[in-house]
Design a protein. Structure first.
Length: 361
């Protein structure tokens, strides 16, 4: 019967698997890494919070697709939390961790990846339901979307906890991974292959849907009198989704391939030399997504810009309130339930109203 090592600290497993824990990451180098990591994590928190707030605030986004997009932003926000925890529990500190704390560190990363991956799958289903009926949005009810979002996180948490639940090498250190010293190599093979297969399936599905949309749009454009912007809307949404998916695949595939090679016990692949760079690439995915949303979706960018504008306007009004009464109220803070459809009008009210008032006077 194999002996189990639940009470050992991580230095025991790192030494057994000869894993590099980056003891040289000290002094100025460590400070630079922490500074860059802190900047990226702050950007992840702020930008993804803006995306979620934009979906909640703008009634034009109150559809299943955007609810799922907001949930993807929530997954990126969670990834930022996982990276913050990783920053302060990596390098030389790794050897001092308990088994449970190391499981928590890796489980947070695995949960964030699974949440993003499953969310993209659900978005693919939502897009398929909509596009095949040539609609901009599907007929999913809010209850069903809520159930889907809860299911996404339940699956993500379960997958992140699988090694903790027993698929590890604590009782058989001969099968331990070198990158993840208490993960079984068989689990790494399963994890990486599963994710890479899902990547491939999603890419094929989105390409098929996109080709279908392009073909149908070209056919309908010559037979319908609808507005050009309305006919282009499904294509614009698909371009946004495919850009997000493309960034996700590019950022995560190298890391998953490295895990697969480690699971296959490739001792000559030099995976220790590239693991940190591929982890940084995965971090950049959570940075890129909010930029993609704002760049590819004009309405999303306009809403986020108005929120930032109105927040700055509110702060400046608070500073002037004791001396000069404010004559311009930002309409985005109005709680009366009225919604201004025209983004141009809203942009004029928020931040440009002062100029208008001065011109009229």
């Amino acid at each position: 019967m194999n002996e189990c090592y639940y009470d050992k600290r991580m230095d025991f497993f790192y030494n057994k698997t000869k894993t590099d824990t980056a003891d040289e990451w000290t002094g100025p180098q460590l400070i630079v890494v922490l500074c860059f990591g802190t900047f990226f994590c702050l950007f992840i928190f702020i930008s993804n919070s803006l995306v979620i707030a934009a979906v909640v605030k703008n009634k034009k986004f109150h559809f299943p697709f955007y609810y799922l997009l907001a949930n993807l932003a929530a997954a990126d926000f969670f990834a930022g939390i996982a990276y913050v925890f990783l920053m302060f529990n990596t390098g030389p500190v790794s050897k001092t961790l308990t088994v449970n704390r190391w499981f928590l560190r890796q489980g947070l990363l695995d949960t964030s990846l699974t949440a993003s991956l499953v969310n993209l799958l659900v978005i693919a289903v939502e897009r398929h339901m909509s596009i095949m009926r040539m609609k901009i949005h599907s007929n999913l009810t809010k209850k069903r979307v809520t159930f889907l979002i809860i299911s996404i996180w339940a699956i993500a948490i379960f997958m992140g906890a699988v090694p903790t639940l027993g698929w590890n090498c604590l009782c058989d250190i001969t099968v331990c991974s070198s990158l993840a010293p208490i993960y079984s190599r068989s689990y790494l093979v399963f994890w990486s292959v599963l994710n890479l297969v899902v990547f491939f399936i999603m890419v094929v599905v989105y390409i098929r849907i996109y080709m279908y949309v392009q073909r149908k749009t070209n056919v309908l454009s010559s037979h319908t009198s609808g507005s050009i912007s309305r006919r282009r809307t499904p294509v614009k949404l698909m371009k946004t989704v495919m850009t997000v998916l493309g960034a996700f695949v590019v950022c995560w595939t190298p890391g998953l391939v490295v895990l697969l090679l480690d699971g296959l016990n490739c001792t000559y692949c030099g995976i220790q030399n590239v693991k940190r760079w591929f982890l940084l690439l995965a971090l950049l995915n959570s940075v890129m997504n909010p930029i993609i949303y704002s760049y590819k979706d004009d309405e999303m960018w306009g809403t986020m810009k108005r929120m930032i504008c109105c927040f700055s306007e509110d702060k400046s009004q608070d500073r002037r309130s004791s001396r000069i009464p404010s004559t311009v109220l930002c309409r985005s803070t109005d709680t009366s339930g009225h919604y201004i459809e025209d983004g141009i009008i809203q942009g004029t009210i928020c931040g440009k109203g002062d100029l208008g008032d001065k011109g009229n006077s």
